[in-house]
Design a protein around this ligand. Structure first.
Ligand code: RIB
Ligand code: CA
Length: 313
C-alpha cells in the first residue's frame, strides 16, 4: 500500500506541533505540504512556528505555504493567553531558516487538488479559512478531497472559547459553515473526544526522555501549553487536541463516533460558532460528518510516543 497523501492546514500552536510531528514521524503518510492560517496567533508567527516545528523534526524540505491572515467575515481572535506571546511558548527556539513557498496557500490547495491523480486527505487543525476559501474559489476541488479530518467543534462538553463554541470554529464560523455544507467526506474531531485524552505526568516524562533537543523541547512546550487547561479545569493534564486528527488517519480503530447532521451557528453572538450536533436525528437530515466522541487514550498517547520518538533516530 502506498503512502497516503495529506495536507495539514494549521495555526501552530503547541498541539498543532504535536500533530505535525506525529505526521512527519509516520511513514504511512506523505505530507505534501503544510498550509498556515491565522488562529492561535497572527499569521507571521504561525508561519515561523510551522518552520520551527519542521526543523525540530529535522525535515526542512517540507513545503510550507502562507494562507489567510484573517477569517472570512469576522475579525481575527487569537489565543496567546493559551499558547504564549509567540504562539509556541515553552522552549527557547532558534530562529528558523527553512524557506516558505511563494504561492498563496489557497492557490496551492486548489492547484494541487485539481492536479491530483488520487484524492488527497486534508487535516485542518486551525480555523477553516483556507479550506473554505479554496472550496469557494474552485468547487471542483471537492471531489478531489478524499476526506477532511478536522479538529474543531464541541457539543456534549460545550465550548472552550464561549460556553457554546470551540476556538477553531468560533474564530471563523463562516468558513466552518462552508465546509460543513460542502458535502465533502468529513470527520470531526471535537472537544467531546479530545477532552477524553489528557496528558499524564508519566507520558510527559517519557516524551521528555526522547533523545536530544526533540524530547527536551517537546516537554518544555507541552508543560507550558497545558497550564491553561489545568488552571481552568482544575485537574492535572491538558488535552492535546490536534494530533488526534493524524492519529485517526494512522489508527482509526482508536476512535469512535456517530454519523450526524451538524450545523454551524453564524448569526447569534450568544452561540456564534456553535457546532449544533443533531445526535439523535431530530431534524431527519442526512449526516454531513462523522462526529467522533470516544478514544482509546492510552493507545493514542502510545502512538504519539512511538512515532515522534522515531524522529530522533
Ligand atoms: O480548541 C482547540 C483548537 O484551537 C486547537 O486546534 C488549538 O491549536 C487551537 O487552534
Ligand atoms: Ca490548532
Amino acid at each position: 500500500m502506498g503512502k497516503r497523501p495529506i495536507i495539514i492546514d494549521t495555526d501552530p500552536g503547541q498541539d498543532d506541533a504535536m500533530a505535525i510531528l506525529l505526521a512527519l514521524g509516520s511513514p504511512e503518510l506523505d505530507v505534501l505540504g503544510i498550509t498556515c492560517v491565522a488562529g492561535n496567533t497572527r499569521l507571521p508567527a504561525v508561519i515561523r512556528n510551522a518552520r520551527i516545528i519542521c526543523e525540530l523534526a529535522n525535515r526542512p524540505e517540507v513545503r510550507i505555504f502562507a494562507g489567510c491572515d484573517r477569517p472570512m467575515v469576522r475579525d481575527l481572535q487569537t489565543a496567546e493567553h493559551v499558547h504564549g506571546p509567540t504562539g509556541l511558548d515553552g522552549p527557547q527556539w532558534d530562529e528558523p531558516t527553512m524557506p516558505v513557498e511563494e504561492q498563496h496557500a489557497v492557490d496551492w490547495l486548489v492547484d494541487t487538488l485539481l492536479a491530483a491523480e488520487e484524492p488527497i486527505t486534508l487535516c485542518p487543525i486551525g480555523p477553516l479559512t483556507n479550506i473554505a476559501m479554496a472550496m469557494i474559489r474552485e468547487p471542483l476541488i471537492i471531489p478531489k478531497i478524499k476526506e477532511v479530518v478536522s479538529m474543531g467543534g464541541g457539543y456534549f462538553v460545550g465550548g472552550n472559547v464561549t460556553p457554546a463554541a470551540e476556538f477553531n470554529i468560533y474564530v471563523d464560523p463562516h468558513a466552518a459553515d462552508v465546509v460543513y455544507r460542502s458535502g465533502v467526506p468529513l470527520v470531526a474531531m471535537p472537544l467531546d473526544v479530545t477532552h477524553k485524552a489528557l496528558m499524564t505526568r508519566e507520558w510527559l516524562a517519557d516524551m521528555g526522555q526522547i533523545p536530544g533537543k526533540l524530547g527536551h523541547h517537546i516537554a518544555a512546550m507541552l508543560n507550558y501549553y497545558q497550564k491553561f487547561d489545568i488552571d481552568r479545569y482544575d485537574e492535572y493534564g491538558g488535552p492535546v487536541h490536534d494530533p488526534a486528527t493524524v492519529a485517526y488517519l494512522l489508527r482509526p480503530e482508536l476512535f469512535s463516533g456517530k454519523d450526524c447532521f451538524v450545523q454551524i451557528e453564524t448569526q447569534s453572538e450568544v452561540t456564534m460558532g456553535m457546532t449544533v450536533v443533531d445526535y439523535w436525528g431530530a431534524r431527519g437530515q442526512d449526516a454531513n460528518c462523522t462526529w467522533i466522541h470516544e478514544v482509546d487514550a492510552d493507545g493514542f498517547f502510545a502512538l504519539m510516543l512511538e512515532r515522534i520518538s522515531s524522529l530522533a533516530a
